[in-house]
Design a protein around this ligand. Structure first.
Ligand SMILES: Cc1cc2nc3c(=O)[nH]c(=O)nc-3n(C[C@H](O)[C@H](O)[C@H](O)COP(=O)(O)OP(=O)(O)OC[C@H]3O[C@@H](n4cnc5c(N)ncnc54)[C@H](O)[C@@H]3O)c2cc1C
Length: 400
């Protein structure tokens, strides 16, 4: 496994639980902590439950039972409750937890499996495939090392070294916008906002959400990619002024900037090398579907790979994995996220915004439409390539 991000670690745990020996190579010295994923859509929680990590994740994170659309210009709140999912699905709530904390929980569970290892400071710089194995070269503290594996999962993120070294394309677009993610200590509940909010505004659109129960919140927004990096502090101040009261006292804890893309590789399988997560597909994060898509990759891939390793399935299932997962990205994750980005950050057209909000008000008021809305994320799931059945069968069965 290359990469101890959330997708690599979850995949490693899923393989280790099947008794399969796994080594994770990670170039960082420890879990990477920049502010990124924090929302896990209800529909992907079943897989974390199956892996035995959901209780520990829930103990450090918290459930969110609504998402609020706040129109900055008018102060209107249109709130989408997850309550209509109650009784229909096993987990009728989204889970909030920083992806660094998810990684910590999974690492703790991996300790129970002596055949699973995570090597830190281990940067992979060469891979070579032969008929029945993959040779991986990496360095630890500048010292060259190598290992031979039957299979390699590339979970090495959007800039994937493995993808580039195999000469794979990464087709799609890069937005002319950056995403600025900040962690801040300020209680947005005191301003009338909810725990998870899309603040809709053409200038100051933002995602404002509580990250932790101890008072840490995340404010993220979009800005032109050519905005001067040396003036970022002034832009942070302007954004905060738009979403906080004038006399607000807050503590800025972290800030990071990211390019935003809608891109995917042409295949998630090249022989014995398999791709999962951002290494295979990246989306702008407005809907919070990036890691969710990566988790679904991990669920389907590790079940299939385990079956192939045990000779219970032909390796053709891995091609099917690639086709299904790329299709889910291009038909669900990418277009839904693109639409969310347009609504939250680019609502310049007032007539269009009014049409959008009419629809959102109707959805918010109708439990059946809320179930339909919340089922969008479920469409990122693809069935087992071994059995053809949904891995979530019996637990995510909304009427949709
Ligand atoms: C601001 C922001 C907010 C987001 N919010 C959400 C959200 O709420 N919900 C959601 O689902 N998604 C969200 N996302 C997307 C999410 O963060 C990514 O989809 C997720 O990190 C992908 O996980 P991954 O394990 O595939 O890759 P990564 O997290 O990028 O991990 C890849 C790992 O591989 C390692 N690596 C890279 N190259 C090498 C090498 N050569 N050798 C060894 N190791 C290597 C890296 O150091 C890294 O640890 C957000 C993204 C951003 C930017």
């Amino acid at each position: 496994m290359v990469g101890a991000g959330p997708v690599g670690l979850v995949s490693a745990l899923a393989l280790a639980r099947q008794g399969i020996a796994v080594t994770v190579l990670e170039r960082e010295p420890d879990v990477f902590r920049s502010p990124r994923a924090m929302t896990y859509h209800w529909s992907c929680l079943f897989g974390l439950d199956d892996l035995g990590v959901l209780d520990d994740m829930s103990a450090v994170g918290f459930y969110v039972r609504e998402t609020n659309f706040h129109i900055l210009a008018t102060g209107e709140n249109v709130t989408f409750s997850l309550e209509p999912l109650r009784g229909l699905v096993k987990h009728p709530y989204n889970l909030t937890l920083g992806q660094d904390r998810l990684a910590e929980v999974v690492i703790e569970h991996l300790r129970a499996y002596p055949h699973a290892n995570v090597l830190w400071n281990a940067e992979v710089d060469q891979i070579a495939q032969q008929g029945d194995h993959v040779d991986v070269r990496f360095s630890i503290a500048g010292e060259p090392r190598s290992l031979r594996a039957d299979w390699l999962i590339a979970a090495d993120g959007g800039s994937s070294f493995v993808r580039k070294s195999l000469g794979l394309s990464f087709e799609g677009l890069t937005w002319p916008h950056n995403f600025v993610a900040t962690n801040v200590r300020f209680d947005f509940r005191s301003t009338g906002l909810f725990e998870t909010n899309y603040v809709v505004d053409p200038r100051h659109g933002a995602v404002v959400a509580k990250v932790r129960q101890d008072g840490l919140w995340r404010v993220t927004w979009s800005e032109d990619a050519d905005a001067d990096p040396s003036e970022i502090d002034a832009r942070v101040a302007a954004q905060y002024a738009a979403v906080m009261p004038a006399d607000a006292s807050f503590e800025l804890v972290a800030k990071s900037m990211y390019r935003m893309h809608q891109r995917a590789t042409e295949t998630m399988r090249v022989g014995r090398v398999l791709f999962a997560g951002d290494a295979a597909h990246v989306t702008n994060p407005t809907s919070g579907f990036g890691l969710v898509g990566g988790l679904y990759d991990a669920y389907v891939l590790t079940e299939a790979l385990g079956a192939v390793i045990r000779d219970e399935a032909s390796d053709a299932v891995l091609d099917r994995y690639s086709d299904d997962r790329l299709s889910a990205f291009w038909t669900v994750s990418s277009p839904v996220s693109t639409e969310s980005k347009r609504l939250v950050f680019h609502s310049e057209d007032a007539d269009r915004l009014e049409v959008d909000m009419k629809m959102y008000r109707r959805i918010a008021a109708d439990p059946a439409q809320l179930v339909s809305f919340w089922s969008q994320g479920k469409r990122i799931e693809t069935p087992s390539v071994v059995t053809g059945l949904r891995l979530s069968a019996g637990r995510n069965d909304t009427a949709q």
